[in-house]
Design a protein around this ligand. Structure first.
Ligand code: PLP
Length: 435
């Protein structure tokens, strides 16, 4: 293929290294990608945690094409179109209890910014404008915009971009290999780490804290499952101090853990919940922020002609995205995909944990259709072992995700047992080549 690679500055990519030996895909269907020269690649990552129903599903493709012909764009400010209302109404069916108001965005990063701004603004409309602090967590990933970068807790994503926002704090992360290595499902130890929030309350006073944002399962940092009791404790502390709890479910939303949302899987309900990715099966960029009705209603005061929330995007509720999302939800429903992760959890769990004992493997963890393998960092070259496994898997026809010293697995929810066998066998062979 005669392709000039120079002009494109690729995101989150080692550009020079990539362009020496590009990994290109040009077609996708079901559980697979194909390279431009026709090599088949098993998708072990649902694209980038988003193609939950598998690739190129005809119903979704047709819905997008139909909508593009019917109405390509509608302005979302002071105007509306039926599909956006239909989708918001439909999403109530899947949302955790009470989270029945929906604001549309175009990405996970925008969902996070929207959630943080709603939280700050909510306190203000209630006369508590002193609540301005935002609390994230170490190793958290909340996208790449300024708010998400500020509450995010992955050092490498923060250090290049100046002094960040002010008024931000972080809870400690929950990853504890000493006590929890090789846990299946939720780790037993670490609920007490939620008490870090009490420490911040003591330091700053609760009345200065607007919201805490966490991923219920921290995905991008290498699939860290919440310790048993941790989310419950965080919920309780937030409620006691009037602090809003935001769950960032950009990865966990739409079936990844075996329930529609992690909030339902773990039985803990936040005040605000961010999504994107699986909402449209990755076909058209879209995000959605779910909000407790009471929070929404607090804004619906004052003169009815006033704009209640001065926030939104040109493409909020884009017609093509709405059409894709509605067809995606139909597909999820018809095929029972939002709970399929619960049925297949033990298959993926056994397959991944069978790799325990291989050289350099220091942890394996899993829940639903997510798993991660962590490697001992190579001295002087952190992250290289995971990257080499990623490259070997690619060479052998499997796409996995390398993040730090972890390999994350998150196949489309249509995955079958034979695909899981292939994932485990390919990983085993790749790990055995590590030095
Ligand atoms: C938890 C979480 N929040 C936010 C984002 C950002 O989403 P996007 O890349 O669509 O902006 C991601 C992306 O992986 C994510 O995992």
């Amino acid at each position: 293929m005669d392709l000039n690679l120079d002009a494109l500055w690729m995101p989150f990519t080692a550009n020079r290294d990539f362009k020496q030996a590009p990994r290109l895909v040009s077609r996708a269907e079901g559980m697979h990608y194909w390279t431009p020269d026709g090599r088949q690649i098993l998708d072990g990552t649902a694209g980038l945690w988003c193609v939950n129903a598998g690739h190129a599903r005809p119903r979704i493709v047709a819905a997008i094409a139909r909508q593009a012909a019917e109405m390509d764009f509608a302005p979302p400010f002071q105007m509306g179109h039926p599909l956006a209302f239909e989708l918001a109404h439909r999403l109530q069916r899947y949302a955790p209890a009470g989270l029945n108001r929906v604001f549309f965005t175009n990405s996970g990063s925008e969902s996070v910014e929207t959630a943080l701004k709603i939280a700050l603004s909510y306190h203000r409309v209630r006369g508590e404008s002193h609540r301005t602090r935002l609390v994230g967590r170490e190793r958290g990933y909340h996208g790449v915009n300024f708010g998400g970068t500020a509450v995010g807790g992955i050092g490498g994503n923060r250090k290049a971009f100046g002094s960040s926002l002010s008024g931000i704090d972080h809870l400690r992360h929950t990853h504890d290999l000493t006590r929890n290595a090789f846990t299946r499902g939720q780790p037993a130890h670490g609920a007490e780490l939620a008490d870090d929030l009490e420490r911040l309350v003591a330091l700053h006073d609760a009345t200065t804290i607007a919201a805490v944002i966490v991923e219920p399962m921290a995905g991008s940092t290498g699939a860290l499952m919440p310790p048993k009791g941790y989310l419950e404790r965080l919920r309780e502390i937030c409620t006691r101090h009037g602090i809003l709890l935001i769950f960032d479910e950009v990865i966990t939303g739409f079936g990844r853990l075996g329930a529609p949302f992690a909030a339902q899987h773990y039985g803990v309900t936040p005040d605000i919940l961010t999504t994107a990715k699986g909402l449209t099966n990755g076909c058209v960029p879209m995000g959605a922020v779910f909000v407790q009705q009471g929070i929404h209603d607090a804004f619906m005061q004052g003169p009815p002609t006033a704009i209640e929330l001065p926030h939104g995007y040109t493409y909020s509720g884009h017609p093509l995205a709405c059409a894709a999302a509605l067809a995606t939800l139909d597909t999820f429903d018809d095929e029972g995909l939002l709970t399929r992760g619960a049925q297949l959890q033990s298959v993926l769990e056994d397959a991944l944990h069978s790799l325990r004992g291989l050289p350099h493997v220091i942890d394996i963890r899993n829940t639903g259709l997510v798993g991660a393998i962590e490697f001992e960092p190579r001295p002087g070259a952190p992250g290289r072992r995971a990257f080499e496994v990623f490259q070997s898997c690619w060479d052998a026809g499997l796409l996995v995700r390398a993040t730090g010293d972890n390999i994350a697995i998150s196949p489309p929810l249509i995955v079958g047992a034979s695909h899981i066998d292939q994932i485990a066998a390919t990983l085993r062979a790749a790990i055995l080549t590590l030095t």
